[in-house]
Design a protein around this ligand. Structure first.
Ligand code: ATP
Ligand code: ATP
Ligand code: MG
Ligand code: MG
Length: 291
């Protein structure tokens, strides 16, 4: 780099590296999607195509960034998780967060596939905000993931009941809101069942559980006692050289990226997929190899 008397301005740049050996979650959320969903007439409470589009955008990001371990999406938000051993962009916050731009461009790019009859208007382009949060250990990371999935459940039960009261029950938005104020889950289940003949348990999993995106390897047997060992192991392998990181990326690119709608709160999900918390790629399934 050429030396000039102007170069001192670099001193004004602040370091913004995220802490080493922490889990990094980049959470993006659609800006003003309430309005956007009105504008493009999303079906209420859940427009399946809009969710499929979010998922397609998330899959593109997972494929483009092999450093990503897992992502979880609900409504207009997605959380992308990097392992403590990840050294992407030297963990510089601004660069890591900028991975959400990929979601944005992918979302806009794939919009016509999911909404062929509703071209995007320049004045109402979908945009997202993004932030990076660091979590110090597996327990907190899992609690974070659980928090998002519980949020999904609570919001979906509310929204399903609300929109039933409005669309089928003939209530106005204000009346439906009033009807639901102060109710607990069992009350909403009861309203759905007794008034509309809906058993909430039979609603689609994608609505109740949200979407989990990750790389698929051979599932391990469900062995409740292994988690602690795994947890210790993954803590011990956080430092990886650049060459090791590159090798890991290559292996990860070979795995298929899948979208699941399953419980990520219970241990079983993580125990059967030890590669998620360990950050070490598992064995590729024998038959399906390339994504
Ligand atoms: P902010 O900019 O603060 O995030 P917002 O309007 O995006 O505001 P959120 O709390 O993020 O508000 O909620 C997203 C809203 O987008 C939901 O309340 C819902 O109305 C709408 N929405 C998002 N995805 C869907 C979908 N798949 N089907 C129907 N509506 C959706
Ligand atoms: P910001 O204004 O910083 O964007 P926010 O209030 O819009 O924050 P986020 O921090 O993006 O919300 O949080 C994402 C989701 O978490 C929200 O859509 C909401 O469902 C939930 N959430 C946020 N704050 C709370 C809270 N205090 N209690 C319960 N849920 C919350
Ligand atoms: Mg939003
Ligand atoms: Mg949101």
């Amino acid at each position: 780099m050429a030396n000039s008397k102007f170069e001192y301005v670099r001193l004004f740049e602040q370091p913004d590296n995220l802490l080493r050996e922490t889990w990094i979650v980049v959470r993006i959320d659609g800006r003003g999607f309430h309005k956007l969903s009105d504008k493009y007439k999303f079906e209420k409470p859940n427009d399946r195509r809009a969710l499929d589009l979010m998922n397609a955008a998330a899959v593109s990001v997972m494929k483009a960034l092999p450093d990503l371990i897992i992502a979880y999406g609900v409504s207009d938000e997605y959380s992308f998780v990097f392992h403590p051993n990840c050294d992407l962009f030297e963990r510089r916050s601004a660069y890591v967060i900028s991975s959400y731009q990929k979601v944005m461009s992918s979302y806009v790019h794939q919009w016509p596939i999911f909404f062929p009859e509703k071209p995007l208007e320049l004045s109402s382009l979908p945009t997202f905000d993004g932030r990076a949060v660091q979590y110090p250990n597996e327990r907190v990371l899992r609690d974070y993931m659980s928090w998002r999935q519980v949020d999904c459940h609570i919001n979906n039960l509310y929204n399903t009941t609300f929109w039933m009261l409005v669309l089928k029950g003939g209530l106005s938005n204000v009346e439906a809101e009033k009807e639901l104020s102060g109710t607990v889950s069992s009350d909403k289940n009861e309203i759905l069942f007794s008034r509309f003949g809906i058993n909430y348990n039979n609603e689609e999993e994608i609505y109740k559980k949200g979407s989990v995106v990750y790389r698929q390897y051979q599932l391990e047997d469900h062995q409740p006692q292994t988690l602690t060992t795994q947890a210790m192991e993954s803590q011990a392998t956080t430092e990886l050289s650049k060459t090791q990181q590159e090798k890991m990326r290559k292996l990860r690119r070979k795995a298929q990226v899948v979208v699941d709608h399953v419980d990520i709160i219970k241990d079983e999900f993580w125990q059967r997929r030890p590669w998620l918390l360990s950050g070490k790629p598992g064995k590729l399934p024998a038959e399906t190899t390339q994504a």
